[in-house]
Design a protein around this ligand. Structure first.
Ligand code: KG4
Ligand code: ZN
Length: 414
């Protein structure tokens, strides 16, 4: 089967991420190799606001995209004159289309003309770009950049759902050629004698858990998804970020809370686990965040300093209990053979350990699989990975009329 080279583009939030991924194989056994993955973080810009500011994200993406593309293609930005340049004349209508596509971003349009238009067309067969969900102004920059590249280089383009990307990236855990520290798979259920395969077996239940979403998704097969439930208020990552702010920690809050929680006692505070016993597959984290706030507000500064690690650990445990319990319920009810943990919050080691330990006990015969830590948080490899699945299914988008879908849910396509 033919190997294709995919350029992944992800700008749905505060990371400008591009990746070059080689993909081959059918939907039954897709295989990937990462040639390059570049992530330019905007953390320093958003940090002082304690969250991501959409207008600033848009500005930063448009400033970063060309440089990140150069790095992804292993070109030297500082000395672009030394690059192989296209000796052929570019037709005027192409240039005009590119200008129209980028007209909202003056600096990006100028940089595109100066640094990209003269380049020799690179060896790329498909461009996969995040179409949604995400911050609309941020999404649009990536989409328009992708459209401009697609038009300039005559490369087909495909729109990808961000959450599908988070889930599809676990396919890279099954690869061999990639260093192990990037990937991690639950190898053995604690009380089972047989080694559990690291292959994804369907039906699978995925917990996609990030700063914007917390969804339980039934994955009957690749491209066959059904939304089982989701948060009715805050996303889990959002709760981590908000509680971190309450505790005076940095942004993003997830990694800060995780670090602090290691020094704390998770039983010190009895925080609520809202909806843990509800019969549906939904979550709620806003009441938990409020409970943490009340606890913190009642404390003197001195007490607060002494108790921060305990609060962080107890809060983290409350989130973990909620998601483990609902995911196990969904996996039991749908006879899932694999449980997938995906999205930025899946970078949390305690969450991973709890999944590996508890899910196979609660749902015997089920294996747990998650992406490596680096591929759990936003990146463009995941967009290329999902783009390939859609490409195999014969999907195609059109640079002429591709739009951002800020509220798009994974299940609305099916
Ligand atoms: O998927 P992601 O990188 O971006 C979105 O699509 O939102 O997820 C970011 C979220 C943030 O809320 C961040 O605090 C959380 O993931 N996060 C974590 C950890 N690393 C990132 N939450 C808990 N523990 C972590 N180690
Ligand atoms: Zn994400």
């Amino acid at each position: 089967m033919k190997t294709i080279r995919i350029l992944g583009i992800e700008t749905s939030c505060d990371d400008t991420a591009l990746a070059l991924v080689e993909a081959t194989g059918s939907l039954e056994k897709p295989q990937y190799k990462i040639d390059k993955s570049v992530i330019s973080s905007q953390l320093s810009v958003h940090k002082e606001y304690g969250g991501v500011v959409p207008g600033l994200a848009k500005r930063e993406h448009s400033r970063n995209l060309v440089k990140v593309l150069y790095e992804t293609l292993s070109l030297n930005y500082g000395n672009s004159k030394s690059q192989e340049t296209n000796s052929k004349q570019i037709p005027n209508d192409k240039i005009q289309n590119v200008e129209e596509i980028l007209e909202r971003y003056e600096d990006l349009a100028n940089e595109f003309k100066e640094k990209i238009v003269p380049l020799e067309k690179p060896d790329i067969d498909l461009i996969a770009v995040t179409q949604g969900p995400g911050l609309e102004p941020a999404l649009w920059v990536g989409i328009n950049f992708a459209r401009a590249l697609s038009r300039l280089w005559d490369i087909p383009i495909i729109g990808v759902d961000h959450m599908e990307g988070h889930i599809a990236v676990i396919l890279l855990s099954e690869n061999n050629g990639i260093s192990n520290d990037q990937f991690s798979i639950s190898k053995q259920a604690p009380n089972s004698k047989t080694q559990i395969s690291n292959k994804i077996r369907f039906p699978a239940v995925a917990l996609a858990i990030s700063g914007g979403h917390t969804q339980l998704i039934l994955v009957r097969d690749w491209l066959k998804y059904e939304l089982l439930g989701e948060t009715v208020d805050d996303a889990a990552g959002e709760a981590f970020d908000k509680v971190a702010r309450l505790l005076g920690l940095g942004f993003p809050g997830g990694p800060e809370i995780e670090k602090l929680a290691q020094k704390g006692n998770a039983e010190a505070f009895k925080f609520p686990r809202p909806m843990i016993n509800s019969k549906d597959y939904n979550f709620s984290f806003s009441g938990l965040k409020t409970a943490v706030r009340y606890t913190v507000e009642k404390m003197t500064e001195d007490e607060k300093t002494k108790q921060t690690a305990n609060i962080a650990a107890s809060f983290q445990k409350a989130v973990i209990d909620s998601v483990v319990s609902k995911t196990a319920k969904a996996a039991q009810d749908h006879k899932a053979k694999t449980v997938i943990l995906a999205g930025g919050v899946a970078a949390n080691k305690t969450l991973r350990e709890n999944f590996e330990k508890e899910i196979p006990i609660k749902v015997p015969g089920t294996s747990v699989i998650f992406p490596g830590i680096k591929l759990s948080t936003d990146n463009a490899v995941m967009i290329a990975a999902a783009g390939y699945l859609r490409h195999l299914a014969g999907e195609k988008s059109d640079w002429k009329n591709m739009e951002a879908e800020s509220g798009k849910l994974i299940t609305e396509n099916f």
